[in-house]
Design a protein around this ligand. Structure first.
Ligand SMILES: Cc1ncc(COP(=O)(O)O)c(C=O)c1O
Length: 393
């Protein structure tokens, strides 16, 4: 398969020289651990027996951090049941979802704003704070939507270089806000995308609690439910305690596997929520999405399964990367960021020719690759491909 590739052998030489050829698939996964995880959930996790078999029309999509499992069966049924009623707006269902989310985050109903995915949350949060003297402060390597929307609103953009291994420099971000003579919109993604790393909540807590003048914190926790690091905690608890300088953004696209149904929300002070509400489509959210979200949020067995399946996929991928000697960052999400064995464009092409789609370029992280974590069966296929690449050097 690999021999037809249009990439020079010399480029492949940069792969690790670790002797991994001939490694069997069973060595990728601690079976005991996998069985332990399987026994802890009520859904069947696709394991070794189910190695994926992609083809040109049905590639493995590891390029958009989607949830490969599909949504909860209960959520799916709720969406299907909603279709015949979708000639109507979700006037009755949206307040129910709003109420349920308020309970989840221990805030008042008026502190939640439903949005069409968290993309609309990012846009409306920035729109709500556009001022002539405002700047957006972001880490140099982070999710691009903050910068994208700030540019549309003609805001000044200040990018703070990341620390080694792309960690977020919270002190540097603070300095960039404090040294600025105007209003700062600080957009932080935790865990970050594309790095998949977290910063400890207590790194930012004193700054938030000092209630700096002229600063709003937009904290995007799209992937929070996947986190294993105990130093991470949601900023929702500060909002519940009355801090009015934070906008928390959440989505049903990731752990809930509902990316195509477009449901997200913001949690903040009543005033911030009212301000943001001017910039969203309001009561016109996707009817099927709202019904599915209502079912999914209470489907704890599915959410546990969703997280644990990603834990298994991550374990497979970490083993592959370690065996290939490729440096990677400790993943806290459903994707992993690693140094590419070869020029990233060639790597992407090689994988594509083997029916695996992987992440795009993320400047300034030249030759680092983001691979989303698919099902365990998909990751086993990917593991084979990566080992074959090594063997064929
Ligand atoms: C950090 C982050 N925030 C927000 C989004 C937007 O997701 P959605 O609009 O589907 O909620 C993404 C999508 O990948 C993301 O990675």
């Amino acid at each position: 398969m690999i021999s037809n590739l249009n990439v020079s052998r010399r480029k492949l030489i940069t792969f690790s020289s670790a002797a991994i050829a001939g490694l069997s698939i069973n060595q990728l996964l601690s079976k005991a651990h996998a069985i332990e995880i399987q026994n802890s959930v009520s859904f069947s996790i696709p394991m070794l027996e189910n190695v994926a078999t992609p083809n040109i029309n049905n590639p493995i999509r590891l390029n958009f951090n989607e949830n490969a499992l599909g949504m909860s069966p209960r959520a799916k049924q709720a969406a299907i049941d909603a279709v015949p009623k979708a000639n109507r707006y979700a006037k009755a269902e949206m307040p129910l979802l709003n109420k349920r989310l308020a309970k989840h985050h221990k805030v008042d109903d008026t502190q939640i704003l439903l949005t069409a995915g968290s993309s609309e949350g990012i846009r409306s949060a920035i729109a709500a704070f556009v001022k002539s003297d405002a700047q957006l402060v972001i880490p140099e390597l982070t999710y691009g939507d903050g910068e994208h929307f700030a540019k549309i609103f003609n805001l000044k953009i200040t990018k703070v270089p990341n620390l080694p291994d792309w960690q977020i420099d919270i002190k540097g971000i603070q300095k960039a806000a404090e040294n600025y003579n105007g209003f700062s919109i600080v957009y932080l993604v935790n865990p970050n995308n594309p790095t998949s790393t977290v910063f400890a909540t207590n790194e930012i807590e004193p700054w938030i609690k000092s209630k700096p003048k002229n600063t709003i914190f937009i904290i995007d926790e799209a992937y929070a439910e996947f986190v294993n690091d105990p130093d991470f905690k949601s900023v929702d608890e500060f909002i519940a305690k009355g801090y009015d300088n934070i906008i928390l953004l959440k989505t049903f696209s990731k752990i809930h596997a509902m990316a195509g149904l477009r449901v997200g929300y913001a949690v903040s002070s009543v005033e911030n929520i009212q301000n943001m509400a001017q910039y969203v489509a309001g009561e016109k959210l996707n009817y099927c999405g709202v019904c599915a979200a209502l079912a999914s949020i209470d489907d704890q067995p599915f959410l546990t399964y969703s997280k644990k399946a990603v834990d298994v996929s991550r374990q497979i991928m970490e083993k592959v990367l370690s065996n290939l000697g490729l440096h990677y960052l400790k993943s806290q999400t459903n994707f992993i960021f690693h140094q590419s064995p070869i020029n990233l464009k060639d790597y992407r092409e090689l994988m594509k020719q083997n029916f695996v789609l992987i992440g795009r370029d993320f400047a300034p992280a030249t030759n680092w690759c983001r691979i989303s974590l698919g099902t365990p069966g998909e990751m086993l296929y990917v593991a084979n491909i990566m080992y074959n690449l090594r063997k064929n050097q």
